[in-house]
Design a protein around this ligand. Structure first.
Ligand code: PLP
Length: 624
């Protein structure tokens, strides 16, 4: 048995769990309403409750209390920094709706608005409509980003007139013209913002979002043009906010500091000509420690929330002091950092494919010389020669495959060649000391040897970024986490797309690896897997690839130690619901069936019809 500490270390939970997710003494995965709280619940208990209600995997579990805690933490970290540096203005965040538009998510966040003046950021007309229909604090901001047309601008202006604090951020110089002319036409003074294009860039996966060639934002030439336009129109005071956003998941704090310094300098120069300016909106980008390493990898970051806030406050303040300009109200649009922890996908393994243990290999009669050589490599492999053995085996196996294609190697020899090669890789891992070896080489071999555990879900629906940007999410069994032996595996989904797999995992030391340790590969003793931190972006980027519909969903409220309530539950898509958005109405499907078979009332046809209807009404995922 492992101790709880060893189990936690094996999955780097202390890094990515952030006090919300952990493992208990009995080896069960747990969730808490906030870090340090004694209100801790075992995740398998929640799943059991959903099963009692007739729900089957995959599940998306939402924890609204975690979302609320994230908003509170963001604001208190800024407030602490403001106190520490005697910053003479306040902080108020906005939530960028595009990160997760689900009503349960937005409304859990908006409930914190009254405590923190927490507002919303919209990037389209639909998101603006969403924002305008929420109950926000009267001083909460509604920030309008994204390219805009007449309707978008007019709706924002009229909402501002009716009392919402709507700020129209101009992404281009054309939008400055449009906002000025439409506001004149409808007779409403705008609250305008300017998205500035910084020379500073983000860092990490989304580095291309910033810099001189970014898609959005005004260059310095255009900033001057905008100021001139406002002065000519006699309304330099309509400019209320300066905004920048240098990309998501910034992994290096230096990139944050540089961008903030540059933006603060711009703010001061602009403020001298536009005295109405009072908000500096520093955009999103606050990173999450997905791989648990707390370093500047693509899926982590080398700073904490507190450090981020202190750097923002300190750098804005010092630039404003140098420039002798009154410091602005600070705004951020952190999305990922607020919502990522709020949801977890639970999937169940269905079957194991590939090599699950040592294999007996029987070459055909009179095998080709490559197969004979492979057999002797397997017999001779040792700690000293394993690397050479693997390399030789690789080229011999390739020769066998080529020979088969050209017609002079038998199917039996081809099978033996493949089998010897994977046995040699597996033996290499046994004879070497993996801890002493180059971890990438070891990970590569492990990935090659490991079987794939096929789980009841779709990568494209539940974790699209594993496919789209090769994102690493923490993945962990939900039980038996302190069990001794473990089997390394990769994960596949049930779509028939060969990209529907996960083969990047977090490693024990924070490095990424190609396999995940599972309690066993014997699925007669079932266990569940949790794919964590999927609350940002995954919900709405998810698609219907292969017509796998939405997973079952539940919002869970944690009441006390071991006590929880399922406050909302949604059944995932049925087959006909998953087809409907693509023009296949249920009724149409049934009438087509009946047109084809209606004349025939034989028992077989009736049974066929029953089966057809039953499938239309059942879930899209597999029944175990
Ligand atoms: C996407 C986006 C955000 C959110 O970024 P996170 O990295 O999720 O915090 C904020 N602002 C703008 C303008 C965006 O496009």
């Amino acid at each position: 048995m492992l101790t709880r500490e060893q189990a936690i270390a094996r999955f780097a939970v202390d890094g990515w769990g952030a006090g919300y997710y952990s493992i208990d003494e009995q080896g069960f995965a747990t969730v808490a309403d906030k870090p340090g709280s004694s209100n801790v619940v075992r995740i398998p208990d929640v799943v059991e409750e959903l099963r009692r209600r007739g729900f089957r995997s995959p599940f998306l579990l939402r924890f609204p209390q975690i979302l609320k805690d994230r908003v509170g933490r963001l604001h208190s970290a800024f407030n602490e920094a403001i106190k520490e540096f005697n910053y003479p203005a306040h902080f108020q965040g906005v939530y960028p709706v595009k990160v997760n538009q689900q009503r349960v998510v937005v409304e859990a966040l908006v409930q914190e608005s009254s405590a923190f003046r927490y507002g919303l950021e919209a990037g389209s007309k639909a998101e603006l409509v969403l924002a305008l229909t929420q109950e926000l604090h009267e001083e909460a901001l509604v920030i309008c980003n994204g390219y805009k047309d007449r309707d978008y601008i007019e709706l924002a202006l009229r909402a501002a007139q009716a009392g919402s604090r709507v700020v129209l951020i101009c992404e281009t110089i054309h939008e400055v013209h449009d906002v000025l002319s439409i506001s004149q036409e409808v007779g409403i003074k705008p609250a305008m913002g300017m998205r500035v294009r910084l020379n500073s860039r983000g860092s990490g996966k989304w580095i291309e979002s910033g810099g001189a060639h970014a898609k959005f934002g005004l260059s310095s030439l255009e900033i001057l043009e905008c100021l001139k336009l406002l002065e000519q129109a006699g309304c330099p005071d309509v400019l209320r906010a300066i905004h920048f956003h240098i990309g998501s998941q910034i992994n290096d704090i230096l990139a944050v500091k540089e961008a903030v310094k540059e933006a603060a300098r711009l703010y001061c120069h602009i403020k001298r000509r536009s005295p109405g300016l009072d908000y500096l909106d520093m955009g999103g980008g606050l990173g999450i420690d997905y791989d648990g390493s707390s370093t500047a990898t693509d899926w982590s970051r080398n700073y904490t929330l507190e450090e981020y806030c202190r750097d923002c406050v300190y750098n804005v303040l010092s630039v404003c002091e140098q420039e002798e300009v009154k410091p602005p109200v600070l705004v951020t649009e952190s999305g990922r950092a607020v919502t990522a922890f709020g949801a977890l996908t639970v999937v169940s393994p269905l079957k194991v494919i590939g090599r699950t243990g040592p294999r007996q290999i029987e070459p055909g009669k009179d095998p080709c010389h490559q197969v004979v050589e492979l057999r002797s490599i397997l017999g001779d492999i040792s700690r000293r020669n394993w690397r050479e053995s693997v390399n030789d085996a690789k080229s011999l196996n390739e020769e066998v495959l080529l020979g088969f294609k050209l017609g002079f190697v038998s199917l039996e020899d081809r099978a033996a060649g493949e089998a010897y090669f994977s046995e040699i890789c597996a033996r290499a891992l046994e004879v070497m000391n993996p801890a002493d070896e180059d971890s990438e080489e070891v990970a590569e071999l492990q990935g090659h040897v490991a079987p794939m555990v096929v789980c009841n879900f779709s990568v494209f629906q539940s974790t699209p970024d594993t496919w789209a940007v090769r994102q690493v999410f923490p993945i962990m069994p939900l039980s038996r986490l302190t069990a001794d032996g473990s089997a390394l595996a990769t994960i596949g989904d049930i779509t028939c797309d060969s990209d529907g797999r996960i083969d990047d995992f977090l490693g024990e030391t924070g490095s990424c690896t190609k396999t995940i340790p599972l309690p066993s590969l014997n699925l007669d003793e079932p266990f569940l897997l949790g794919i964590y931190l999927v609350g940002a972006y995954q919900d709405t980027l998810g698609d219907y690839h292969n017509l796998m519909g939405a997973a079952n969903e539940a919002a869970v409220w944690i009441d006390g130690a071991g006590e929880f309530r399922v406050v909302n539950q949604y059944r995932g898509s049925t087959v006909s619901e998953a087809m409907q958005p693509f023009g296949y109405e249920r009724q149409m499907l049934v009438s087509r069936f009946d047109d084809r078979h209606g004349g025939d009332d034989s028992a077989d046809t009736l049974r066929y019809r029953d089966c057809f209807l039953r499938v239309l009404s059942s879930g899209t995922y597999l029944r175990r």
